[in-house]
Design a protein around this ligand. Sequence first.
Ligand code: GRF
Length: 204
Amino acid sequence: KRTAILISGRGSNMTAILDAAKDPAYPADIALVLSNKPEAKGLETAANEGIKTVVVDHRGYKGDREAFDTEIQKVLLAHDIELVVLAGFMRILTAEFVGQWENKMINIHPSLLPSFKGLHTYTRALETGCRLAGCTVHFVCADMDSGPIICQAAVPVLDDDDEDTLSARILVVEHQIYPRAVALVAADKVSVNGLRVTIDQGND
Ligand code: GRF
């Protein structure tokens, strides 16, 4: 499936997916990396890997989310994109845009959803005294961090953890599960029924 990865920053999840996609059997073809920030580190990484990159700078749209999303949609369609992967993309998308990509757009969030939607997930996990933290890959729906869950990975919270140590531990498992989740969705092995997801585990 022709796949676009949307980023805003360092792009370490993007890199994990690009690495996985080097296997000719990988079912997602990363045709485009799009960033809303020209200075995003991940753009350079993608370009070095020979991947087409596009910047749609949200600052040019003065808060007009519809116009910004319309431009992104134009770029995605121009590249025949069939699957959208959000990887540290820090813009809220309009309901209209999200509706156009129903069950075709996924995100990774650094918490065990439905706990800790939104920002500052590590601090909130620490302050709440959680013994487990982790990450979630989910389909994107109009409500932020609320779509059907495809997979999750948990890590322990240790007594002396701070935001840095906890986020680093979670990032390791993000890089493990996101490329696998992208592959499952790209291979049409994931079906959605309400909020419940079924994964076809059969051999391919
Ligand atoms: C990750 O922690 C991801 O869960 C969150 O934003 C961060 C992006 O990191 N959505 P990177 O740009 O993939 O390195």
